[in-house]
Design a protein around this ligand. Structure first.
Ligand code: FCB
Length: 430
């Protein structure tokens, strides 16, 4: 592959999520989940990557890696540790972090919800609690009022499909229900309502203040390529694709409930563009090959013994899929695309450099075919807690030594830093 350039308007950066890197929070549902022995092999979110106490160091790290933008999340339980009680310390902490980013010239992108919630909400039913949506909107209001001057770009909810599936179908996420389709659909519906109403709320709160940078709100959708292994698997693949991808696009982008969630457009007023998103956030990792007996709505991620190129988690490396999912979303809605996550578990850092180059080549193809891709956030800035998988999988550009919390940029981080600084993607030499 020969080298190529990327336009300066496409901002390149990296992403993290609070629960996965911060450590030290005892009020979050993933801490309780850790105590219940459900994280890795008895691991705990309490350590994370020690980011809570290393914010200055990590912003300096982002700068040294020439990151133009940074996607992070705000931990709800840090802001509202008890129902209705706002933590001054939590609010001040994130203000400082965001100020550091802005001062360093790094554009922040904030996710309000990235899989975790306060344990008090989990105990009252999580996303199935009757007041879950109102609670989320109160939290969103508090956060946006607080940081509107610093943050223009917002993700309301990260990967609602993975969240609902993990919580109610696979049982890997709290509350650990398995095969509970009713729970899956009810949680999905609540997440759609929460997003659509938060979309309007964030605009209402921020637009009136007249900041120079326009408010942009979206969600981060986990989009995978779903492909049947043979003709017999085609109907099941199509059904899974509908339940796992399409239902969420219709809900989050159009404010529309599709069966089996419901019918109609019940969730208030869209934006001036007619949608409940100003961009579509795409989290892309892999292709999933379905056999005839795969059960909807989801199958094990991309684990195909025949695939030759796989990550440490067994996920197939399939760069062309990034083109396919982004192009399909663009054809459907013509909304700008922000690639909010894309990355690889690769402890040896043997494949990450090539992975980055090959996926950015797909971004180049997308731009060449007229698809408006505006952001690329690599997952992840640093090694972190991979949810129920624990600390084993290593997704970081930067290696974390968990014994000392030392940060060590991997060779791929140097390569990516050079790409961010020059907007030139070199021919990959291996
Ligand atoms: C996505 C999550 C992110 C991270 C990556 C590997 O599903 O959004 O937090 O765990 O997978």
């Amino acid at each position: 592959m020969t080298g190529f350039d990327l336009p300066k308007e496409l901002l390149l950066g990296s992403a993290t999520a609070a629960t996965q890197i911060e450590g030290g929070d005892v009020n979050c549902n993933w801490y309780a989940w850790s105590l219940a022995g459900r994280v890795g092999e008895g691991e705990s979110s309490i350590g994370g990557a020690g980011h809570w106490d290393r914010v200055e160091e990590d912003v300096a790290l982002l700068s040294s890696l020439h990151q133009e933008c940074y996607r992070m999340s705000i931990e709800w339980s840090r802001i509202e540790p008890e129902p209705g009680a706002w933590s001054r310390e939590g609010l001040a902490h994130y203000r400082r972090e965001l100020e550091l980013l802005v001062a360093a010239g790094i554009k922040p992108h904030v996710s309000l919800h990235h899989f975790s919630c306060p344990q008090w909400l989990q105990e009252s039913g999580g996303w199935l609690a009757p007041d879950a949506v109102e609670r989320f909107l109160a939290f969103a209001r508090r956060v946006v009022e607080e940081y509107a001057d610093l943050v223009a770009e917002w993700t309301t909810i990260n990967e609602p499909n993975v969240l609902a599936n993990g919580s109610y179908m696979d049982g890997d996420f709290p509350p650990g229900a398995k095969g509970d389709l009713v729970g899956y659909f009810r949680a999905s519906r609540a997440l759609i309502e929460a997003h659509c109403r938060a979309y309007a709320l964030i605009h209402e709160l921020r637009d009136a203040r007249g900041y120079p940078e326009p408010t942009r709100v979206g969600f981060a959708h986990h989009l995978a390529v779903f492909a049947p292994k043979n003709a017999l698997a085609a109907p099941g693949t199509a059904l899974s694709d509908f339940l796992f991808h399409r239902v969420f696009l219709a809900g989050f982008v159009e404010g529309r409930l599709l069966p089996p969630l419901g019918l109609g457009r019940p969730f208030g007023r869209p934006g001036a563009n007619g949608f409940f998103c100003d961009f579509i956030g795409v989290n892309y990792y892999s292709r999933h090959l379905f056999t005839a007996c795969a059960r909807p709505p989801f199958a094990a991620p991309g684990v195909d013994p025949e695939a030759t190129d796989r990550s440490d988690l067994g996920w197939e490396i399939y760069p062309r899929g990034l083109f396919q999912v982004c192009e399909a979303a663009w054809k459907r809605y013509a909304l700008p695309i922000h690639i909010t996550e894309n990355g690889i578990a690769d402890a040896a850092d043997a494949r990450r450099g090539r992975f980055i180059v090959e996926h950015l080549a797909q971004v180049r193809r997308l731009l060449d075919s007229g698809v408006k891709v505006e952001r690329y956030f690599h997952w992840s800035l640093m090694d972190n807690l991979e949810w129920h998988e624990g600390y084993g999988p290593r997704f970081g550009l930067v290696e974390i030594d968990y014994a000392t919390m030392e940060r060590r940029p991997r060779p791929s981080a140097r390569l990516y830093a050079e790409i961010c600084a020059t907007k030139h993607v070199p021919e990959y030499a291996g």
